[in-house]
Ligand binder design. Structure first.
Ligand code: UGA
Length: 354
């Protein structure tokens, strides 16, 4: 470890998908003590003398005061990041993405703590456009305009709140000395992702969890607007490797915004449905497929939904600053996810259908 490596790190939202992968990696790859904070820590199964699990929320100002006193680095991961919530619980989404985190950012600034904040690729909005409104292929941190939809498309409450927090952090950095790095993840996938509806959560999770839920009960995979929208998916191991490097390179990453994703893994959602169906049949004995079914966005998500039509990150900044590049293909990323869903849910789902 270099002298700059922090010795006590607070991970807020440590019990979520990304947190449950990041905390063990930080224990492995640094000497730091970790304070892992979340209301639900059941996904974080690891134990270590350097790991301190704390049940709590970012809304608890006393707790936030205490962790920013104790820790050199704060990593903030908390979010309500399922698109089905953006138009059904917009006020909660705005609070979770912005209001609740403002005091934390100021505390980090006042106490001279470094902040690594997880924002979102959603801030780029519907599509990649440059400053004159021309479409570009990739989304670039320093050049792409941020294009959100009109007010009645409540989808964009999340992106707008996330963008405002980014702007606040940026201003705290530029005018008040906060040392920060902002991460914009592009569709991270891996084991321990979202819930399955009706088992350990209600409503709609993100696309891979929707597809796995349907595959395990033999229902068709639903393709919103024909599955024409495009995404790039990055495997969790590649993603975590980049974040550990951000932690270890405070000077190089200071006051930077970084796209972290895998532009090579670009597919339409219809193609993703084909890939995961084929992998599922290869992997799960006796599996049968029910095909796909097209649905409109209004049927699936309700009024006020909107979408990013395509989202490809330019990752040259991250590659240069971190000496990193993602390696896992989409085909290779899917089997561990299928295993994880099948081991966690298949028997519960089978019982509930008896
Ligand atoms: C979401 C969040 O809004 C982002 O903040 C986050 O960065 C991102 O996930 C992520 O996973 O990193 P989005 O990609 O729109 O963004 O989330 P999904 O719910 O996974 O949807 C992807 C696409 O699949 C959308 O076009 C959606 O309409 C479609 N979809 C979803 C289907 O066609 N069928 C489904 O069953 C579910």
């Amino acid at each position: 470890m270099t002298a700059k490596t922090p010795f006590r790190i607070c991970v807020l939202g440590a019990g979520g998908f990304i947190g449950s992968h990041l905390v063990p990696a930080l224990l492995r790859e640094t000497n730091a003590d970790i304070e892992a904070v979340d209301i639900d820590l059941h996904k974080l199964e690891c134990h270590d003398l350097r790991l301190h699990k704390v049940k709590g929320t970012v809304r608890d100002l006393d707790l936030m005061g205490a962790v920013t006193d104790r820790c050199d680095l704060v990593i903030s991961l908390t979010a309500l990041c399922n698109p089905s919530l953006y138009n059904t619980r917009p006020l909660d989404v705005i609070d979770a993405s912005y209001t609740d985190l403002v005091p934390l950012c100021h505390r980090c600034c006042d106490r001279g703590r470094r902040l690594i904040h997880f924002s979102t690729c959603e801030v780029y909005g519907r599509m990649a456009i440059d400053s004159s409104g021309e479409r570009t292929e990739t989304m670039m941190e320093g050049q792409t305009s941020l294009m959100l939809g009109p007010m009645d498309r409540e989808r964009w409450t999340y992106a707008c709140a996330k963008q405002l927090l980014e702007r606040r952090i940026w201003a705290l950095g530029k005018h008040h000395g906060l040392q920060f790095t902002i991460i914009r993840p592009f569709n991270v996938i891996g084991p321990r992702m979202d819930f399955v509806s009706g088992v350990d959560g209600e409503g709609l999770p993100r696309v891979l969890a929707c597809f796995m839920g349907a595959l395990m009960v033999g229902e068709p995979l639903r393709l919103v607007e024909g599955g024409s929208h495009r995404r790039t998916f990055v495997g969790i191991d590649d993603f975590i490797q980049a974040i550990v490097k951000v932690v270890k390179r405070p000077d190089a990453c200071a006051q930077k915004i970084l796209n972290i994703g895998n532009p090579e893994n670009e597919v339409s959602i219809a193609e993703l449905a084909e890939l995961i169906s084929a992998a599922y049949v290869r992997q799960v004995t006796g599996a049968t497929l029910a095909g796909t079914q097209e649905v409109t966005a209004a049927e699936f998500y309700g009024e006020g939904y909107d979408d990013s039509v395509a989202r490809i990150p330019d990752i040259s900044r991250a590659m240069e600053l971190l000496d990193w590049r993602p390696k896992t293909s989409l085909i290779d990323a899917l089997p561990p996810i299928i295993d994880d869903y099948v081991s966690r849910y298949a028997s519960v789902l089978a019982q509930s259908r008896r």
